[in-house]
Ligand binder design. Structure first.
Ligand SMILES: C[S@@+](CC[C@H](N)C(=O)[O-])C[C@H]1O[C@@H](n2cnc3c(N)ncnc32)[C@H](O)[C@@H]1O
Length: 215
């Protein structure tokens, strides 16, 4: 098979996987991918090399968190950037209320446009704030590529409710980051575990650190 044909086969299978993961939200997630790979690249929010691999590395990776989020949760996605993982989760899970939290004006503006264009405004808010300055409470806090775990714990520990969690998408460094966070966890009365999840049997696995209050 030529390289081009292989690429087409991969793209087809990713779209098939996405159709199963996003179900009735497929048109919305495709629209989001179109925005990310055009305006997102123009605005410097997504590297041009990321565009061809956006489904696997960004969309399906974000959607992997879904099994860890209880029905009807209020979710804050801190350091949302171009909307990851918060926008895919909001599209996949119409039962969630999602706050996309982002301090940088340019990214805040991008997120506001995305929410309006995708028609998500009735249950997705965009908040221009640093996590550590926010005084709202959420069931679940998500974060991807925002800060090292001890810093992230410090910024977010007062954002989730007593029976809530921080879910940090962390890749293979997850276990080491948990080891390096012992002090921050103890100081906050928190405990952490590493979970390996994926959005679909055909998608790559990803490592998530779940941080919650110690019993
Ligand atoms: C590398 S980007 C990751 C964006 C997105 N989560 C993703 O996975 O593509 C890190 C983001 O964290 C934001 N950020 C940095 N410090 C922050 C803080 N204290 N609170 C909330 N967001 C912060 C940055 O503005 C940036 O958009």
């Amino acid at each position: 098979m030529s390289g081009k044909m292989e690429g087409m086969a991969t793209e087809d299978s990713e779209l098939q996987t996405a159709a199963e993961v996003f179900d009735t939200g497929l048109a919305q997630i495709k629209q989001y991918v179109d925005i990310l790979t055009s305006r997102g690249v123009e605005w410097g929010l997504l590297g041009p090399k990321e565009a061809p691999r956006v489904w696997e590395r960004h969309i399906l990776n974000s959607a992997a968190l879904t099994s860890l989020i209880p029905e009807g949760s209020r979710v804050a996605d801190v350091g949302s950037g171009a909307g990851l993982p918060g926008v895919p989760l909001a599209i996949q899970r119409p039962d969630l209320r999602v706050t996309l939290m982002e301090p940088l004006l340019r990214r805040f503006n991008f997120l506001s446009q995305v929410v309006e264009e995708l028609g998500l405004g009735d249950r997705v808010d965009v908040l221009r704030a640093r996590a550590e300055d926010c005084d709202e409470l959420f069931d679940i806090v998500t974060a991807r590529a925002v800060a090292k775990l001890p810093t992230l714990i410090g910024w977010t520990k007062s954002l989730f409710l007593p029976d809530g969690y921080l879910l940090a998408l962390k890749g293979v460094s997850a276990a080491d980051e948990v080891k390096g966070s012992a002090k921050a966890l103890k100081a906050g009365g928190l405990e952490a575990e590493v979970l390996v999840v994926r959005s679909h049997p055909q998608a790559q696995v990803t490592h998530v650190v779940r941080v919650g209050r110690s019993n």
